[in-house]
Design a protein around this ligand. Structure first.
Ligand code: G3H
Ligand code: 13P
Ligand code: ZN
Length: 349
C-alpha cells in the first residue's frame, strides 16, 4: 500500500472506535520493529519523526526507510508524520519531502520552549493547514502545553501547568481547520512523568470529554503517552543503568481516553527504554561481543514486543485490512470540495 493520509487512518479509527499508536523513529531498526509489530497484530500504524530525528538520520535516509516499509508491507496502512514541527518552514520541508501528515506545534514559539500566544498559534497553524490541505496532507495542531522536555523541545514543568481550555480548543479548531488536535490533559514527555504511582485520576478526563463533545469531528491526540513500565526500568537498572524511580501514564487511562475521542496516541519513551535495556543486557552479559547485530537484533525484538502490546491495547490490532488507501490527490480534492471539512465543529455548546 502507498503511504496513506493520516486523516484517512484516523477517520477509520473513529468509525471503529479505536486508537492508533504513533511511534517515533530515528533509525532503521525502529522502523523494522514497528512494521513487524504491525504485521504481527494486523494493525494500521503511524510512524512519526521529530525534528531531532530528521537531523539525526538525515531527511532522505528517513524518508526512504519509511517508504521501504510501505513497499515491504503493502497490507499495512501506514502514515508518515512529522512530530512537533516548530514552524511553517519545518512543516513545508516535511511535506515537500513526502510526509503524508505534519504536526504544527504552535503551542510553543519556534524556539520549542517558550509558550506562544493563542493568536500566534492560530496564525502559524492556519498557514500550515492552507499549504498542507491544498496538497492532501493532514495537519495536527496543539492547544495547551505539555510538560517535560525531550531533546531540548518542550516548556518543561509538570503536565498540569498548562492544561487545555475547552473554549480555546473549540475556537482554535474552528479558526484553523486542523484534522487532529493535541490537547494537554496532564501528560508530559519523557520518562519522568509522575514521581509517585498515579491513581485513576491522572488525566483530566473532564477536559477531554468537554472537548470531544464540542469537536466531534476533530481527532484528539494524546502526547506523552508512554507508560514507562517498571519491568523495562528494571532491566536497564539491573544491567548498570541509573534510572530514578518514576511512573508513566497507566494504559487503562489511555484506554479511557480512546473511549472518549482520542484517536492518536504518541509513544516514544517506552520504546527507548526497551531498546536500551536489551542492549545493556547483551553488553553486560557478553562483554566480549562487538558485532552491532548482536545487540541491535535483541533491541529490535524488545521494541517490537512493546509496540505489538500497545497496538493491541489501543485497539488498532486487527484493523489493517478494513480499508484501501485513498490517494493523496483524492484527499486533496476532499479538502477542496468540503467533504473532508471538520465543520460544523461544534455539536453542542
Ligand atoms: O515529543 C518528543 C518525542 O519523544 C521525540 O523526541 O525530539 O528527542 O526526537 P526527540
Ligand atoms: P513519550 O515521551 O511519553 O513517549 O511521548 C512521546 C510523544 O508525545 C511524542 O510526540
Ligand atoms: Zn509529543
Amino acid at each position: 500500500m502507498p503511504l496513506v493520509s493520516m486523516r484517512q487512518l484516523l477517520d477509520e479509527a473513529a468509525k471503529g472506535g479505536y486508537g492508533v499508536g504513533a511511534f517515533n523513529v530515528n533509525d532503521m531498526e525502529q522502523i523494522q520493529a514497528i512494521m513487524e509489530a504491525a504485521k504481527q497484530t494486523n494493525s494500521p500504524v503511524i510512524i512519526q519523526a521529530s525534528r531531532g530525528a530528521r537531523a539525526y538520520a538525515q531527511d532522505r535516509y528517513l524518508y526512504h526507510l519509511i517508504l521501504a516499509a510501505s513497499e515491504l508491507y503493502p497490507e499495512i496502512p501506514l502514515a508518515m508524520h512529522l512530530d512537533h514541527g516548530n514552524s511553517f518552514e519545518t512543516c513545508k520541508s516535511a511535506i515537500e519531502l513526502g510526509f503524508t501528515s505534519v504536526m504544527m506545534d504552535g503551542s510553543l514559539k519556534a524556539d520549542g520552549k517558550t509558550p506562544a500566544s493563542f493568536e500566534e498559534n492560530v496564525a502559524v497553524t492556519k498557514q500550515v493547514v492552507d499549504f498542507a490541505h491544498e496538497r492532501g496532507i493532514t495537519v495536527e495542531g496543539e492547544i495547551g502545553v505539555l510538560g517535560g522536555v525531550e531533546d531540548g523541545h518542550g516548556a518543561g514543568g509538570s503536565g498540569l501547568e498548562h492544561v487545555t481550555d475547552p473554549d480555546q480548543a473549540v475556537e482554535f479548531a474552528e479558526k484553523t481547520g486542523v484534522d487532529a488536535l493535541a490537547i494537554a490533559i496532564g501528560t508530559s514527555h519523557g520518562a519522568y512523568k509522575f514521581s509517585k504511582k498515579p491513581d485513576g485520576s491522572v488525566l483530566k478526563m473532564d477536559i477531554l470529554l468537554a472537548i470531544h463533545k464540542r469537536l466531534p469531528k476533530t481527532h484528539l491526540v494524546m502526547h506523552g503517552s508512554s507508560s514507562v513500565p517498571k519491568d523495562l526500568q528494571d532491566i536497564i537498572n539491573q544491567y548498570g543503568g541509573k534510572l530514578k524511580e518514576t511512573w508513566g501514564v497507566p494504559v487503562e487511562e489511555i484506554q479511557l481516553g480512546i473511549r472518549n475521542g482520542v484517536r492518536k496516541v504518541n509513544v516514544d519513551t517506552d520504546n527507548r527504554l526497551a531498546i536500551t535495556g536489551a542492549i545493556r543486557k547483551v553488553l553486560w552479559e557478553t562483554p566480549e561481543k562487538f558485532d552491532p547485530r548482536d545487540y541491535l537484533k535483541p533491541a529490535r525484538e524488545a521494541m517490537q514486543k512493546v509496540v505489538a502490546l500497545r497496538m493491541t491495547q489501543f485497539g488498532q490490532a486487527g484493523h489493517a485490512g478494513d480499508y484501501q488507501a485513498v490517494s493523496i490527490a483524492e484527499i486533496a480534492k476532499g479538502y477542496k470540495n468540503g467533504s473532508l471539512s471538520t465543520k460544523p465543529l461544534v455539536a453542542d455548546k
